[in-house]
Write a protein that binds this ligand. Structure first.
Ligand SMILES: Nc1nc2c(c(=O)[nH]1)N[C@H]1C(S)=C(S)[C@@H](COP(=O)(O)OP(=O)(O)OC[C@H]3O[C@@H](n4cnc5c(=O)[nH]c(N)nc54)[C@H](O)[C@@H]3O)O[C@H]1N2
Ligand SMILES: Nc1nc2c(c(=O)[nH]1)N[C@H]1C(S)=C(S)[C@@H](COP(=O)(O)OP(=O)(O)OC[C@H]3O[C@@H](n4cnc5c(=O)[nH]c(N)nc54)[C@H](O)[C@@H]3O)O[C@H]1N2
Ligand code: SF4
Ligand SMILES: [Mo]
Length: 904
C-alpha cells in the first residue's frame, strides 16, 4: 500500500532523507499563494517526478494552477545557497551562529532591545514564525519584529481588528459557491488566486444567475468572469462603499435588528455615509451614475453578497478605511456570517494567515492577543515562562528601515523576504541596509538584491525540504511537509533561530522536532482564552510526531461536528461583544500627479511569476508567458508621446526610474500605466517598479501605498540595440538589459547609448570557453554565432533598431545536437525560421502558442472548450482560460471583419 504522506524525521542534529522511500506519493501544500492548494508529489526511485493537486484537499480538490503545476522545475540546485557565509566567505554553522549571538547580545547590551529587529515573511511556516516572534517579544523584549505582510495584509488585519475585535476572516471558499453577488474589488484573482477563480467560474456555470462585478481601474484577465466591470478612478473605492451604505439606508436595505443587537456606532458611521449620494460617488470615482446605481441595486436585492478584496484595496494610504468601508456595508445589511456572505479579504502569501495567528507583526502579540493589553502580555509571558515581554508595539516595516537608516536599529535579521525589491523607495532601503551594522539574511538562493547587503548569510531549507504548517485564506491549517532531503548544509528557519537563542542563553528554545513547536503554539491559543478569542486551536490536542505528520487539513475554529463558522453566536471579540462600525471619510492617494509627474503608475502581478522571481525565475516554462518587463500605457498617451508597442520607454518618479518595453493597450485608463512587480536587479537593469514609490503609508496599518505613484514617461532613444543567446549566465554591463531563461540558457535584450561596440570581441571577452565563431556584418546589423562540437553556444546581434528573434526557435536550436547550414544562415541574417513565428506562449502546460490558437479561432473554434478539444490548451491547470476567451473575443471579431471585407 502506498503511504499518503512521507514522514520527515527532522531533528536538530540531522535529517532523514525522505527520498529513501521509493515509489510513492508524498502530500504537501503549494509553495505559492494564499489559496493553499494541497499537492501530491509522485516519487520514483526516491526522486520527485510529477506533481498534481491533492484530490481531497478542501482548498483545491485536485486542481492546480500553472505555478503550482511547475513547482518541481524550481527545485534545481543552481544558485542555491548551501553554506553559511560571513562577509562573503563560507563558514561553519557554529561560527555563523556564534557570531550572530555575540552581535545581538552586544548590540542589545550597548543600545537596548529596540536596537535589534527581525523582518520576516508570510512565506515562513507557522512554526518558524512562532519561534521568531517568541524570541523577540519574550526574550529580547522588543516588538521590533515585522514582516512583509505589512506590505500585503496589514490594512485588512487592522480593519478586521477594529470592526470585530479580532483578526478574523469571516468567510470560507465554499461561500463563494453559494453567493448571489460577488464583488471582486482590487483583485486580479484570475492570475493571483487562479484555483479560487476557477471555483468561482464553476459556481457561475452551475448558477448563471450569480452576478459578478469587478471593480479595478484596469481591465484585467479577471474581467472574463465578470458581468460588469467598473473601471473606477484609482484610490476611490471607499466612496463606493460609503455611497452603498447611504443607498441601503435610503432603500430599506439595513438589517436593523442586527445593527441594534450586535453592533455599535452605526449612527456616526451613517452620518458620514449620508454625504455620499450616487451622483457624488459617480463623479468622485469617475464612473457613470447608472453603473453605481446598478451595483447598489444588485447589493440591495441580492440576499447573499460577498466582497472579495485584495491588494487594490489594502495597498493604499487609506487601506484600513477602505477595508472598513467594505465591512461597514456588510455589517449594516447583515450580509455576513451567513453562507454566501461577507467581507472576504484574500491573503496573498502561502502563510500570511499563519503569521497573523502567531502575532508575527510588530503591533500584535501572539494568538490574537493584544500587545497593548497588560493582562494579555502577562499571560503570554507566564505561558512562555520568558524573562520579559515587549511592553509596547514595535516598528512597522517602513519605519523599521527608516530607523536602520538613521542608526537607531543596529542589527536586523531578514528571513524569507527580499526588501530591496519589495519595499517602496529603493534608495532609502539601500541606505538603511548600508547603515545597519549587522545585517543577517536567511534565504534559499545564492543571489538576490538583498543578500548583497548582508554581513551574515544563512542557507535555509526551501519548499519540499522545509517542514511545518501553513494556514490559508479560509483559515485551513495544512501540513507543508519536508519530503526531500536538504541541499548542502541548509537548516530550517526555526532550527537556526533556536540555535542562536540557545547561544544567547535563552531557555525556551529546546525543541527536538517541529511538532513540539506546533503543540506549544496550539496550547497557547487556548491558554486563558475561555471563548474570548475565536482563535483557539487547543482542541487539536497534543500531537505525537506521527499524528503531526499525519495531520489532515483543519479549518478553525475547530468545533465538534465540523462547523467552523466564526462568531456563530454573534458575540464579537470586542470588549462589548458588539461589532464596531467606524465612519470612513474617503481619501485620495497621497502620491498624486503633478505637472512634473502627470501619469499614475499602478503595479501588480503576472500570471506565471511569483514576487521577485527567486523561484519562478528558475523555470524556463514560466518565463515563456512574459519574457521581458513591460509598462502598459493607454493608446492615447502613446500617440501623444510618439510611442509604439515594443518601444523602450522610461518612467520616472520622484524616487527612481524604470525602463521597459511599452505595451500599448486600452486595458489601462487614460493617464495611467501599469507595471509588473517581478523584475529585480537579477533579471533586468531598470525594472524594479517599487523604486518608483515613496515611503507613504496608511496611518493605522502602516501599509505602503504601493499601487499609486506619479511618473512621467518618455521614449528612450538608444543608439544600438542588441540581442543575445548564451548557454551560461554573464554580467552584462550595458546601459539597458533584461534577460529571460530558456531551457538551455539565457536570452538578453540590451541597448546602449554609444555606437561602436564590436560584438564578437565583446562576447569573446565575456566567455572563457573556446568556440568556433561565425560572423556577419552589414550596414545595419552585426551578427555572431558560436558553436562547439556542433552545438549552439552563443548568438548575438547588434543593430540600430531592436532585433526581434523568436525565443522558441533559439530554444529549439540550442537543444539540437547539430545545426544545418540553412539554420546557420538564418541565424546570421536574423531571420527566424517561419515555422516558429508563433506569437506568445499562452498555455504553459501544453506549450500552445498564440498563432495556432488564433488560427483555430478563425477556423471556427469559438469557445474555450472547443479550443481545448482541438489544441489541448486550457485543459490542464486552466490558468490560461481567461486569455483564451480574450483571444476568442478579439479574433472572432477579426474574422467577422475579414468576411465583411471579402463581401465588400
Ligand atoms: N501569479 C501570482 N500570484 C500571486 C502572487 C504573485 O506574485 N504571482 N503573489 C501573491 C500575493 S503575496 C498577493 S498579496 C496576491 C495579490 O493579489 P492581487 O491583489 O489580486 O494582485 P495585484 O496584481 O497586486 O493587484 C490586484 C489589482 O488591484 C488593482 N488596483 C490598483 N489600484 C486599485 C484601486 O485603487 N482600486 C481597485 N479596486 N483596484 C486597484 C490593480 O490594477 C490589480 O489588477 O497575489 C498572490 N498570488
Ligand atoms: N510596488 C509594489 N510593491 C509590492 C507589491 C505590489 O503589489 N506593488 N506587493 C507587496 C506584497 S503583497 C508582497 S507579499 C511583497 C513580496 O515581496 P518579497 O517577500 O520581498 O518577495 P519574495 O520574492 O517572495 O521574497 C522571498 C525571499 O525569501 C526566500 N525564501 C523562500 N522561501 C524561504 C524560506 O522558507 N525561508 C527563507 N529564509 N527564505 C525563503 C526567497 O528566495 C526570496 O529571496 O511585495 C510587496 N511589494
Ligand atoms: S492557486 Fe496556484 S499558486 Fe495558489 S496555492 Fe493553488 S496551485 Fe499554488
Ligand atoms: Mo502579498
Amino acid at each position: 500500500m502506498k503511504p499518503n504522506y512521507i514522514p520527515s524525521q527532522t531533528t536538530l542534529t540531522g535529517q532523514k532523507n525522505a527520498t529513501e522511500h521509493k515509489n510513492c506519493i508524498g502530500q504537501t501544500t503549494c509553495a505559492y499563494c494564499g489559496v493553499g492548494c494541497g499537492v501530491d508529489i509522485h516519487f520514483e526511485k526516491g526522486e520527485p517526478v510529477a506533481i498534481e493537486g491533492t484530490p481531497s484537499h478542501p482548498a483545491n480538490y485536485g486542481k492546480l494552477c500553472v505555478k503550482g503545476n511547475h513547482l518541481l522545475e524550481t527545485l534545481t540546485s543552481e544558485d542555491r545557497l548551501i553554506t553559511p557565509q560571513i562577509d562573503g566567505k563560507s563558514v561553519s554553522w557554529h561560527l555563523a551562529t556564534d557570531m550572530i549571538a555575540d552581535r545581538l547580545i552586544e548590540t542589545i547590551r550597548s543600545h537596548g532591545p529596540d536596537s535589534v529587529a527581525f523582518y520576516l515573511s508570510g512565506q515562513l511556516l507557522t512554526e518558524d514564525y512562532y519561534v521568531a516572534n517568541k524570541f523577540m517579544k519574550g526574550y529580547v523584549g522588543s516588538a521590533n519584529v515585522d514582516t512583509n505582510s505589512r506590505l500585503c495584509m496589514s490594512s485588512a488585519v487592522a480593519a478586521y481588528i477594529r470592526a470585530f475585535g479580532e483578526d478574523i476572516v469571516p468567510c470560507s471558499y465554499s461561500d463563494l459557491e453559494q453567493t448571489d453577488l460577488l464583488i471582486i474589488i482590487g483583485s486580479n484573482a484570475a492570475w493571483t488566486h487562479p484555483v479560487l477563480y476557477q471555483r468561482i467560474e464553476r459556481a457561475k456555470q452551475i448558477n448563471p444567475a450569480m452576478q459578478i462585478v469587478l471593480i479595478d481601474p484596469r481591465r484585467t484577465a479577471t474581467v472574463e468572469i465578470a458581468d460588469k466591470h467598473l473601471a473606477l478612478k484609482p484610490g476611490t473605492d471607499a466612496a463606493i462603499y460609503n455611497g452603498l451604505l447611504n443607498y441601503l439606508a435610503n432603500y430599506d436595505g439595513l438589517d436593523k435588528c442586527f445593527i441594534e443587537k450586535h453592533t455599535e456606532n452605526f449612527d456616526g458611521c451613517l452620518a458620514e455615509a449620508k454625504q455620499w449620494s450616487v451622483n457624488r460617488v459617480a463623479s468622485f470615482c469617475e464612473l457613470k451614475v447608472q453603473e453605481i446605481e446598478s451595483l447598489y441595486d444588485l447589493f440591495l436585492c441580492s440576499p447573499r453578497v460577498i466582497s472579495f478584496y485584495s491588494m487594490g484595496i489594502n495597498q493604499s494610504s487609506s487601506g484600513t478605511d477602505k477595508c472598513q468601508s467594505i465591512i461597514n456595508a456588510h455589517l449594516a445589511s447583515g450580509k455576513l456570517l451567513r453562507p454566501g456572505c461577507g467581507p472576504f479579504s484574500i491573503t496573498g502569501q502561502p502563510n500570511a494567515m499563519g503569521g497573523r495567528e502567531v502575532g508575527g507583526m510588530s503591533n500584535m502579540l501572539t494568538s490574537h492577543m493584544d500587545i497593548e493589553n497588560a493582562t494579555h502580555r502577562e499571560q503570554v509571558k507566564t505561558f512562555w515562562q520568558s524573562p520579559t515581554i515587549a511592553s509596547k508595539a514595535g516598528l512597522k516595516a517602513v519605519d523599521m528601515f527608516e530607523q536602520m537608516r538613521s542608526g537607531q536599529i543596529k542589527a536586523v535579521w531578514i528571513m524569507a523576504t527580499n526588501p530591496m525589491v519589495s519595499l517602496p523607495n529603493r534608495p532609502i532601503i539601500t541606505e538603511a541596509l548600508k547603515a545597519c551594522e549587522t545585517v543577517i539574511v536567511s534565504d534559499c538562493v545564492a543571489r538576490n538584491d538583498t543578500l548583497e547587503y548582508a554581513n551574515v548569510v544563512l542557507p535555509v531549507s526551501g519548499w519540499l525540504e522545509k517542514d511545518g504548517t501553513v494556514t490559508n485564506s479560509e483559515r485551513v491549517i495544512s501540513r507543508q511537509r519536508g519530503l526531500i532531503g536538504p541541499n548542502g548544509e541548509v537548516k530550517h528557519d526555526w532550527q537556526i533561530i533556536c540555535e542562536v537563542a540557545k547561544k544567547m542563553g535563552f531557555d525556551g528554545f529546546d525543541y527536538q522536532h517541529v511538532h513540539e513547536i506546533f503543540n506549544e503554539w496550539t496550547a497557547l491559543t487556548g491558554y486563558k482564552n475561555n471563548g474570548s478569542r475565536q482563535l483557539d486551536l487547543s482542541a487539536i490536542g497534543r500531537l505525537s510526531q506521527s499524528e503531526y505528520n499525519n495531520l489532515k487539513p483543519q479549518q478553525w475554529p475547530i468545533k465538534p461536528g465540523g462547523d467552523s463558522r466564526v462568531f456563530v453566536d454573534r458575540q464579537f471579540s470586542t470588549s462589548s461583544g458588539r461589532a464596531h462600525f467606524h465612519p470612513v471619510t474617503p481619501r485620495l492617494p497621497i502620491q498624486t500627479t503633478s505637472e512634473q509627474f502627470p501619469i499614475v503608475m499602478n503595479s501588480g502581478r503576472l500570471r506565471d511569476h511569483w514576487h521577485t522571481m527567486t523561484r519562478t525565475g528558475r523555470s524556463a516554462r514560466l518565463h515563456a508567458h512574459t519574457e521581458h518587463p513591460y509598462i502598459e500605457i493607454n493608446p492615447s498617451m502613446a500617440r501623444t508621446l510618439d510611442i509604439v508597442d515594443g518601444d523602450l520607454i522610461r518612467a520616472q518618479s520622484s524616487t527612481g526610474e524604470v525602463i521597459a518595453n511599452a505595451r500599448v493597450t486600452d486595458s489601462v485608463r487614460k493617464g495611467q500605466c501599469f507595471m509588473p512587480i517581478h523584475w529585480s536587479k537579477q533579471y533586468a537593469s531598470h525594472a524594479k517598479v517599487s523604486a518608483l514609490y515613496q515611503s507613504v503609508i496608511d496611518p493605522i496599518s502602516g501599509q505602503p501605498e504601493s499601487k499609486h505613484t506619479a511618473v512621467r514617461i518618455e521614449k528612450m532613444n538608444y543608439a544600438q540595440h542588441g540581442f543575445l543567446f548564451l548557454t551560461s549566465d554573464i554580467n552584462l554591463t550595458v546601459d539597458y538589459w533584461s534577460k529571460t531563461r530558456i531551457s538551455k540558457g539565457w536570452l538578453w535584450h540590451f541597448a546602449m547609448h554609444q555606437e561602436g561596440l564590436e560584438l564578437r570581441h565583446f562576447l569573446q571577452e565575456q566567455l572563457t570557453d573556446r568556440y568556433q565563431w561565425l560572423q556577419f556584418n552589414s550596414s545595419h546589423l552585426q551578427s555572431v554565432v558560436a558553436q562547439s562540437s556542433g552545438e549552439l553556444k552563443a548568438v548575438g546581434y547588434l543593430s540600430n533598431v531592436p532585433v526581434k528573434i523568436n525565443s522558441d526557435w533559439l530554444n529549439q536550436l540550442s537543444i539540437s545536437d547539430s545545426i544545418s547550414d540553412d539554420q546557420l544562415n538564418r541565424l546570421l541574417h536574423a531571420q527566424t525560421d517561419p515555422t516558429f513565428e508563433n506569437g506568445k506562449q499562452v498555455c504553459s502546460c501544453f506549450k500552445v502558442y498564440e498563432k495556432s490558437i488564433v488560427t483555430a479561432i478563425k477556423e471556427g473554434h469559438r469557445s474555450v472548450a472547443e479550443l481545448g478539444k482541438k489544441l489541448q490548451c486550457g485543459t490542464n491547470c486552466g490558468s490560461c482560460k481567461t486569455e483564451l476567451s480574450q483571444l476568442i473575443k478579439t479574433h472572432a471579431e477579426d474574422t467577422h471583419h475579414d468576411i465583411h471585407a471579402l463581401v465588400l
